[in-house]
Ligand binder design. Structure first.
Ligand code: SF4
Ligand code: SF4
Length: 677
């Protein structure tokens, strides 16, 4: 006898089953269509092409749980639920194919193995749901906010699985299935059940299971279960731009009156879809320095606020059957409808999200790095800053000072531009004009040129490069601020004017390769200058130092018997994946005992100075640099190594603030290398 499953027990009910299935899918389809129209109230944005790479990303991120699994408890919990239901859904399709299409999909040894797989999948999913309930209602991590829909989703899934198992038990008990051993859970339950042929009780559970499953499908777009569709879709559509690159503003566009984003419909449709892909898992918030230090910013809440605002405005627009792409719809609304007009004119920025929220971000990119749904938080935050700066002229006074300094002297410190190369006096560092040509342009950056502490880093870089025999030169007074702080603070106009001048200077000097010790300069020169025609090979000094050490051009002259902890800069690590080179250099120094902080690599905690926050007062909550200094001091180090001028300043201040300067030094990697090689 060929092993197979007894099918076709309730053929008389099949027409109703298919009718109900059609209704469930129609309800779900309508819900998704409504949501699609709500996304479309946003501005257009192209996210097509590179289909193969996009599909690979869905395979790795959605099916492979690439990011989710990095947080083991919720990661494996989700994996069990996801793969449990995926296998069960496949089983349902195969059953339908055999039952309704007459295909022999469930026969022979495949049927037996698949029966076992289905039972294990059901158990896995039930275990995952149990863990999810335990985490959500017993552990109650701060990152999870419990809403009724969360409980409903868990109950619904559990009910589908439990009725499925009971149904199986009743079938085995009633039919005396000779292959019951391949369905161990069903066989176990069958032992507890009456042995009559499938009848009333079985039929009752059959309908129960069916209705619950169809209810699940119909409920999808009206609940958090929507993410089963929207999260993979969002992963498919995620950007391929370099992680650190912001989109430029087109100032030539004469139709543009306002810049940046203040209203919901000014976000792009993809940014609105982002908000629906968010599962409220809270990982972004758990790793956000602004949130953890008590500032009024949670990337999760920001994403959820956008979702709610989109739904509100989308519903009004749908109700009015307004053109989804229309930018000026308020004039079409019947005068006198105050409720509708109030909804339409509601500002997202200002009425729902406060400017304080927007200014609290350090642009550390931790939220994006941790987000399993690949939500892109940063462009939204910077677009809102652009609106405040470029359209509203409302921004912190300290930012105004930094902007003015950059405009007048080409550096945020506001020190006279003519003294930009004073740090190099007596070091015999040629400018490119003097050298004629050099392999590398050493891009010093504003901190390395003007900040007293960081000038020492520039001097150390020069010493090390000379020792290794690297051919390099500087621009001298021709270098201007790279514009990173201006761009992140929302002043795109100033950024673009600085970029234009710098690119023209770099091209005039025939620059091909740039090395810089500032990750902010590094990131914008490498990832954003190409947007304006500045295509150069850009490396960070940690990468060059690692190369020189590996090539034997830099060798230790003495050891450094010290306990060293290395702080990953956001713009070097999370933005550009430069994690290994600085560690390789430190490990090449005899005696160095490299110890990692609890938060390191992709989870490194920001120093607090990114996103232009270097120039703003920090008046709310804990100081971020103090929190990061605590991380560092907890390793009991003699030395904190950095590779960013801002981090160096913030951590040195932090160490002073915790009165640890007498026992712990903060040094740039170049200074450490210069002292031993
Ligand atoms: S970039 Fe950093 S500071 Fe800004 S929202 Fe994301 S995690 Fe928070
Ligand atoms: S934005 Fe991403 S990380 Fe944050 S709660 Fe939503 S899904 Fe989770």
């Amino acid at each position: 006898m060929v092993p197979t499953r007894e099918l076709g027990m309730y053929q008389s009910g099949y027409p109703i089953m298919w009718l109900l299935t059609l209704i469930a899918f129609s309800i779900a389809g309508y819900g998704f269509y409504r949501r699609y129209r709500q996304w479309r109230i946003g501005r257009p944005e192209g996210r097509t092409g590179r289909v193969e790479e996009r599909l690979v990303r869905v395979l790795t991120d959605a099916f492979g749980h690439r990011k989710i699994i990095k947080n083991p408890f919720p990661g494996w919990m989700h994996w069990l639920i996801f793969w449990g239901f995926a296998v069960l859904f496949t089983g349902t399709l195969l059953t339908a194919a055999q039952e309704d299409l007459g295909l022999k999909t469930l026969e022979g040894s495949f049927y037996l193995v698949f029966s076992l797989a289905l039972d294990l999948a059901g158990l896995a999913a039930l275990t995952g749901i149990g863990l999810a309930a335990y985490r959500r209602y017993i552990i109650r991590p701060e990152s999870l906010d419990n809403r009724p829909e969360d409980g409903i989703a868990l109950l619904l899934m559990a009910a589908i699985l439990i009725t499925g198992f009971i149904l199986e038990g009743l079938r085995i008990a009633g039919t005396g299935d000779p292959w019951a051993a391949w369905s161990p859970v069903g066989a176990l339950l069958a032992g507890l059940m009456p042995g009559q042929a499938p009848g009333g009780l079985h039929l009752g559970f059959w309908w129960n299971h069916l209705l619950l499953s169809l209810g699940f499908i119909a409920y999808l777009p009206y609940s958090k279960l929507m993410h089963i569709v929207t999260t993979p879709l969002n992963q498919y559509l995620a950007s391929f731009e370099p992680k650190g690159a912001l989109a430029p503003v087109d100032f030539e566009d004469e139709e543009k009156e306002d810049f940046g984003i203040a209203k919901v419909e000014e976000f792009t449709w993809k940014q609105l879809l982002d908000s629906d892909a968010c599962t409220r898992c809270g990982r972004c918030q758990d790793n956000c320095p602004a949130h953890l230090s008590g500032k009024p910013l949670s990337p999760k809440n920001l994403t959820q606020a956008l979702r709610e605002a989109m739904i509100e405005k989308g519903q009004v627009l749908q109700g009015l059957q307004a053109a989804t792409r229309s930018r000026d719809i308020s004039g079409e609304i019947a005068a006198g409808d105050d409720v509708v007009n109030a909804s339409l004119n509601r500002q997202f920025l200002g009425e729902i999200i406060s400017p304080e929220t927007v200014w609290a971000c350090t642009t550390c990119r931790s939220c994006e790095e941790q987000c399993p749904a690949l939500v892109e938080h940063l462009p939204k935050i910077v677009e809102m800053r652009r609106n405040l700066v470029l359209s509203e002229s409302v921004f912190p006074a300290e930012a105004q000072l930094a902007f003015r300094n950059m405009e007048n002297n080409g550096n945020p410190w506001g020190i006279g531009w003519a003294s930009r190369a004073d740090w190099a006096e007596g070091l015999e560092v040629p400018t490119l004009a003097e050298a004629g040509e050099a392999e590398y342009l050493y891009w010093v950056g504003c901190a390395g040129s003007f900040d007293l502490r960081n000038k020492k880093v520039s001097q150390a870089v020069v010493a090390v490069l000379k020792r290794a025999g690297v051919s390099f030169a500087i621009l001298g007074t021709g270098e201007k601020c790279c514009g990173d702080s201006a761009r992140r603070l929302g002043n795109e106009y100033l950024y673009q004017s600085l970029v234009e001048e710098n690119i023209s200077t770099l091209k005039e000097n025939g620059v091909k390769k740039i090395v810089t010790h500032c990750p902010h300069c590094f990131n914008t020169l490498k990832n954003e200058y190409p947007q304006f025609g500045g295509d150069f090979t850009v490396i960070h000094h940690t990468q060059l130092l690692a190369e020189l050490v590996a090539d034997g051009r830099l060798t230790p002259k003495c050891g450094l018997p010290r306990k060293v902890t290395y702080h990953d800069s956001c713009y070097l690590g999370r933005y550009n994946d430069v994690y290994s080179p600085p560690r390789q250099v430190l490990q090449a120094i005899p005696g160095v005992n490299l110890v990692e902080m609890g938060r390191h690599l992709e989870k490194s905690f920001c120093c607090g100075a990114g996103g232009g926050r270097m120039w703003l007062e920090e008046t709310i909550g804990q100081r971020i640099n103090a929190m990061r200094t605590t991380d560092a001091l907890q390793t009991g180090p003699d030395l904190v190594a950095t590779a960013c001028p801002f981090c160096l300043t913030m951590l040195e201040d932090g160490v002073k603030g915790q009165e640890a300067s007498d026992r712990v030094k903060v040094m740039d990697l170049a200074e450490i290398v210069s002292s031993v090689m």
